[in-house]
Structures are given as structure tokens and as C-alpha cells.
Ligand binder design. Structure first.
Ligand code: ADP
Ligand code: MG
Length: 467
């Protein structure tokens, strides 16, 4: 029998929070890691994306946190700014019954000034990228001498990105008796070495569920000539009517080219690759999460670790070079017991790649023929997928620092002044200095006018539709 959160000796407060968040049971990595971490043990863990690693390390941190002062107690290192803000968002959600909890994101690509201000006032948890955290250590704006927990999240990725030296310098500034939690998708020698140098008798947790998820996902492959793939993709989307779909490409150039073509066809598309400005990445991800964008086209690097719940469909526009990557991509659909669906395109000369994937994942892929390729013409398909997103995103020029809360925005839209129905309002994301709210497509224009003519928290904000 799988344990419940009650079995994990968490406080009533945190059990209440996870219940409010709709977590029914701990995920396997949570069930294993939480009791160990509560006992103060070091943990080295591996489990697939989307398996709840953030709550696995956050709940024990929250259990022990002291909010009487503003002493920094935990540092979480993540490889990218997106992951930092995602982890911080999850910590804030889980910390909703810890009044006064201060969580700060310290990552590159953002101005350093506001970070200096917040650090000066004091925070309880810092989530940051190694580069920027080290910057702060060198400026002496950050002091790690009293932390009790250090988390290295996606440690293999941090090493791949060349952060080893920065990480070592950071760790050397933390107390020797700290608790160290290390999560990694893979365990190459470099990770083993990192663990050996910086962890004390770590408990190892390995959750082998990736292949299970993958085998419960319906997986179909189509032999499609690269020149016909755009048409085949339009057809797939028209056939399956997914709310959210990720299309994986192997190269940045394929991502840009495909997104250009789909945009021309009138589809609602976001493109994610390594060369984008952080602000653009954040905007693209927010729109995809809140269903203002239906199709996200991404490279593996850009999509790695990003939390996107409930994908109806994953498409491999190109077969990845390594079977592990196939399993990673496909693992993004069919989570949490939902039925997943993955489609891959391949060329006849890629049969050895296919065989490698089948033997690695222990599955046999269902080969099908895309009938569309002989018959339907693209023009007709293009018409069908136009203007297809369920929601639109509005930008509001006030965020956490202006004390904006989701309830303020919801109130302005639905109250007497707003007049919209609660069901027309989707996800609300509060960032430091701005917020995004998703509204149902048919009432988006109305919502824009209401917000522009009205006030939020008694104040005027700039409101813009997000392109
Ligand atoms: P990982 O770091 O392993 O990739 P995350 O920590 O980002 O995964 O979690 C993925 C999603 O699952 C998040 O939206 C999180 O809120 C949700 N989640 C975490 N734990 C549970 C749970 N026990 N039950 C349901 N959802 C959960
Ligand atoms: Mg994670």
C-alpha cells in the first residue's frame, strides 16, 4: 500500500496545505525522501521530471524553518532561471501557511539591485543559479554561514553547464554540518564524485518509473518525409484536438523554422530554445501553462525540467539521437495516472534509431501510415487550426513587490466592477513587478477594457494583451 502524507510524520499544517493543493498521495520520491530528510540525513536522488522532487525537499525544509527572524536557512541551486522561478513558486505554494516566509530568487538575467535590497532585509530561503549566487557571495551581499540545508537540484545539468567550480566555491562557504540534498536525472562519475566530496553517508533513492510511464503511454510512429512533416503535424493536431501539445525538435534551427511555418498557418505557437532572452522564455512558458498557446515547439535543452502538467500529446518532430532523450520527451505526457499519447515522425533510414529506442524503453512502437499525406491539402488544415487557443493572456504592471495577489486580480475582473464569471478566468501568475492573468478567449477584449477602466487594489495599472 502506498503511504499517505500522514504516514510521513509531517505537521498537521503541511498536511493541510498539500491537501488544499490537491495532492492526494506522496509521489514515490516524496514517500522515500521526506522521512529521511526529516531525520536529517543527506539524500542523493534520481527520479523523472514531474515526479514531485521540489516538494520532496521543500516539505522537510518548511518543517524545520524558523520564521522568528530573517535568518537564511536553506539554499537551493538550480541550473536555469526558469527552474529557479518554478522552484520558488512551488516553495511559496507549499509555504502558504507559513506567514512571513521570505523566498528569494537569485538568478542571472535579472537586475541585481532588487536582489541586493531583499538580501539586505533578510530572507529565509534563496533559490538561485550558481553564477549569480557566487556573485552575491563575492560582493558579500549573501552570507551562507548559518544555512542548515543545501539543495543541488538537477545537479547533472549544472555540471553540464560548467557550474562545477562555482558550485564548489559556494559549498565551501556553507557550514560543514549542513544537510545536503542532491537530485540528478543521471549519475555519471562526476555526480558520484560531487556526492562523495560534499555529502555525508547519503541515502540513495532511485525511482525507476520512467519506463513504466512510457509503457503506459500510447505511442505511435509515422514514417514521414521531412518535407511533409509540417502537413502531418497540422493533421495530427486537427485529428486529436489537444489542449496542449509539445513538439520536440533536435535543433534550434528546426524550432525556429517550424514555428515560423505554423505561425503563418495561423496556429497559436510558442518556440523555446536556448538563445532566447529570459524575459521571452518566461512569457512563452506562462502563455503555454495558462493555455493561451496550444503548441510549444522546443529543443530538449530548453524544455528540460520545466513543469508542464497534463500534456495531451507529445510529438517528436525528429527522432532524438539517444533513446534516453526519447524516454524523457515521452515522459511528459501521461503523468499522474492520465492516459498519455506520443507520436514520432521518422525517416526510413532511421530504423536502427527506432530499434534502439524500443529496446531501451522495453516497448514496441505502433507503426502507422499518415493517410493524410496522400489526400488532404494543407490549406484546408491551416484554416481548421486558426485562432485555436482557449485563453488569452493579459499583462498587468504590478506584481509581488506591489503586493499584488491573485485575489486582487480575480476581484477586479469578477466583482461588481468586472462583471465576468469566475469560470472565464484562468491561471494567474504573480511575478516580482508584473502579473499575468489568463481569460477565456471570447471575453478577453471585455476583460481588457474592464481592467483598463477600473482599478485593482484601488490603483491604476497598465494593462496590455500579451502577444
Ligand atoms: P520534478 O522536480 O520532479 O520534475 P516538480 O517538483 O516540478 O517535479 O513537480 C511537478 C508537479 O507535480 C508540480 O506541479 C507539483 O505541484 C505536482 N506535485 C508534486 N507532488 C505532488 C503530489 N504528491 N500529488 C500531486 N501533484 C504533485
Ligand atoms: Mg525539479
Amino acid at each position: 500500500m502506498t503511504p499517505t502524507f500522514r504516514d510521513l510524520s509531517l505537521s498537521a499544517e503541511l498536511i493541510q496545505v498539500v491537501t488544499e493543493l490537491g495532492f492526494v498521495r506522496p509521489t514515490p520520491v516524496q514517500a522515500q525522501a521526506i522521512p529521511l530528510l526529516l531525520k536529517g540525513k543527506d539524500v542523493i536522488g534520481q527520479s523523472q521530471t514531474g515526479s514531485g522532487k521540489t516538494a520532496a525537499f521543500t516539505l522537510p525544509i518548511l518543517e524545520k524553518i524558523d520564521l522568528t527572524g530573517r535568518q537564511l536557512q536553506a539554499l537551493v541551486l538550480c541550473p536555469t532561471r526558469e527552474l529557479c522561478s518554478q522552484v520558488a513558486r512551488e516553495i511559496r505554494k507549499l509555504g502558504r501557511r507559513h506567514p512571513g516566509l521570505q523566498v528569494l530568487v537569485v538568478s542571472g538575467g535579472m537586475p541585481i539591485g532588487p536582489q541586493l535590497g531583499s538580501l539586505d532585509k533578510g530572507v529565509h530561503i534563496v533559490v538561485g543559479t550558481p553564477g549569480r549566487v557566487l556573485d552575491h557571495l563575492l560582493r558579500e551581499s549573501l552570507e551562507l554561514g548559518e544555512i542548515t540545508t543545501l539543495v543541488l537540484d538537477e545537479a547533472d545539468r549544472m555540471l553540464e553547464m560548467g557550474f562545477q567550480e562555482d558550485m564548489e566555491k559556494i559549498i565551501s562557504r556553507t557550514p560543514a554540518n549542513r544537510q545536503t540534498v542532491l537530485f540528478s536525472a543521471t549519475f555519471p562519475k562526476t555526480i558520484e564524485a560531487l556526492s562523495k566530496s560534499y555529502q555525508r553517508a547519503p541515502a540513495r533513492i532511485t525511482i525507476q518509473e520512467e519506463t513504466q510511464t512510457v509503457s503506459s503511454t500510447r505511442q505511435v510512429i509515422y514514417e514521414v518525409d521531412p518535407l511533409e512533416r509540417m502537413k502531418a503535424l497540422l493533421w495530427l493536431i486537427d485529428q486529436n484536438k489537444p489542449e496542449s501539445v509539445i513538439v520536440f525538435c533536435n535543433f534550434k534551427t528546426s524550432v525556429t523554422e517550424l514555428s515560423r511555418q505554423l505561425k503563418e498557418a495561423g496556429a497559436s505557437v510558442g518556440a523555446l530554445h536556448g538563445d532566447l532572452e529570459q524575459r521571452d522564455r518566461d512569457r512563452i512558458m506562462a502563455k503555454f501553462r495558462n493555455k493561451s498557446t496550444k503548441i510549444l515547439i522546443a529543443t530538449d535543452v530548453a524544455a528540460r525540467g520545466i513543469d508542464i502538467p497534463n500534456l495531451d500529446l507529445v510529438v517528436n518532430f525528429e527522432l532524438p539521437a539517444q533513446p534516453e532523450i526519447y524516454v524523457h520527451r515521452v515522459g511528459r505526457t501521461g503523468r499522474a495516472g492520465q492516459k498519455g499519447f506520443a507520436v514520432s515522425f521518422y525517416s526510413s533510414r532511421e530504423t536502427s534509431k527506432l530499434k534502439a529506442i524500443e529496446s531501451f524503453a522495453g516497448i514496441s512502437l505502433q507503426r502507422k501510415t499518415a493517410t493524410v499525406l496522400q489526400s488532404t491539402d494543407v490549406a484546408k488544415l491551416q484554416g481548421k487550426i486558426q485562432g485555436d487557443a482557449a485563453m488569452r493572456t493579459l499583462f498587468i504592471s504590478g506584481g509581488r513587490k506591489e503586493k499584488m495577489r491573485p485575489g486582487d486580480i480575480l476581484g477586479a475582473l469578477t466583482g461588481e466592477a468586472g462583471g465576468l464569471k469566475g469560470t472565464d478566468i484562468g491561471k494567474i501568475e504573480i511575478h516580482d513587478h508584473f502579473s499575468y492573468v489568463a481569460v477565456a478567449f471570447p471575453v478577453a477584449q471585455l476583460a481588457l477594457e474592464r481592467l483598463r477602466n477600473g482599478r485593482i487594489k484601488g490603483r491604476k495599472f497598465r494593462i496590455e494583451p500579451v502577444k
